[in-house]
Design a protein around this ligand. Sequence first.
Ligand code: HEM
Ligand SMILES: CC(C)=CCC/C(C)=C/CC/C(C)=C/COP(=O)(O)OP(=O)(O)O
Length: 318
Amino acid sequence: MNGTTAQRHYQNVLQVFQDYYQLTKPRIIPLLLITTAASMAIASAGKLDPLLLLLTMIGGTCATASAQTINCIYDSDIDYQMERTRHRPVPSGRVQPLHALIFAIALACISFAVLAVFVNLLSALLAMSGIAFYVGVYTHLLKRHTPYNIVIGGAAGAIPALVGWAAVTNTLSWTAWLIFAIVFLWTPPHFWALALMIRDEYAKVGVPMLPVVTDNIATARQIWRYTLVVIPSTFLLIYPLHASGVIYGAIAFILGAIFLKKAWVLLQNPNDKQLARSLFLYSILYMMLLCAAMVVDSLPLTHHLIETILALANIIRG
Ligand code: HEM
Ligand SMILES: CC(C)=CCC/C(C)=C/CC/C(C)=C/COP(=O)(O)OP(=O)(O)O
C-alpha cells in the first residue's frame, strides 16, 4: 500500500466509525445519562460507587444507542425527506439497514449483559423496556399517527431515570417515579418548542406533530400548560418526599421561574420562531442544571456546608 492508498483507507475506516456513531444520535445521549446519574445520586444519598456509576452509564449508553439506531432504520423514509435528518447514515445510503440492525442488536445485547451481570436484573430489564417502548410504542405506534405521540412516547425518554434508581437500590420508589414524571412532563414543552420551529418539515412528511394538526397558538398554550405542571412537580422532591433539600429547592426555583417566563412570552407570541428556539435550547439547559442540582444537593459535603452555615448564623445571632 502506498502513502495515498493508506490515507484513503484510513479515511474510509474513519467515515465508517463516524456513520455508526451518528446512527446513535449521540448528542441526545449525555442528557439522558445525566438524568440517570441524578437518580443514582439521590438513591445513594450522594455516596455513589464510581464503578457502579460507570457500569450503569455504559449499559444505559448502549441501550439508548440501540433504540436510536432502530429508530433511524424505521424512520429512514421520512428522514430522507426532511432537511434536518436527510444526511443521517441510513437515508443517505452510507449504512445498509441490515448492518444498522445488527449493530443495534449488538448494542442491546451488550447493554443487557453489562447491566444484568454487573449491576442488576431490574436495571437491565428497564433498559430493554426503554428500547421496546421507544421503538414499538413511540416510533411504530404513535409518531406518525397521533399528535399525542410525544406525550405518551415521552415515557421512553424518562425510563433512564428509573434505570438509575434501580441500579442503586434494585427496586423502584416514589422518588424514582417522581424523577420519571419530571422528565415525562418536561418532554412536551421541550419537543413542541422545537416542533414550532420546524413545523413545515413535519407537515411535508405527514407526521402529525401538534403544530401541524392544530396551530402555533394551540401548541404554545399546551407548552404553557405542561410548564405549569412540571415546574411545581419538581418541588415534590423536597416535600413530601424529602429526597432533596434547600440547595436543590433554590436552584429549581430560579430555573423554573425562567422556564415559566419563556413559556409565557412564547404564549404571547406563538409565531415567533426565535422565542420557540430560545425555549427549546433553555429546556435542555434546564434539565441539565436541575439534575446537577439534584446531584449537588445529595452530596454529604453540601449537607455539612449547610449545617456549618446554620451554626455560624446561630452564633452570630447570639
Ligand atoms: C419523545 C420524546 C422526545 C422527542 C420527540 C425529542 C425530540 C428531539 C428532537 C427532534 C431534537 C432535535 C435533534 C436534532 O436536531 O437532530 C431533540 C434535541 C434534543 N433532545 Fe429531545 N426529544 C425527546 C425527549 C428528550 C429527552 C427525554 C431528552 C433527555 C433527557 C432529550 C434531550 C435532547 C437534547 C440534549 C437535544 C439537543 C441535541 C443537540 O444538541 O442537537 N430529548 N429532541
Ligand atoms: C432506557 C432507554 C433505552 C430509553 C430510550 C430513551 C430514548 C432513546 C429517548 C429518545 C428521545 C428522543 C430524542 C426522541 C426523538 O425521536 P424522534 O424520532 O422524534 O427524533 P428525530 O426526528 O430526530 O428522528
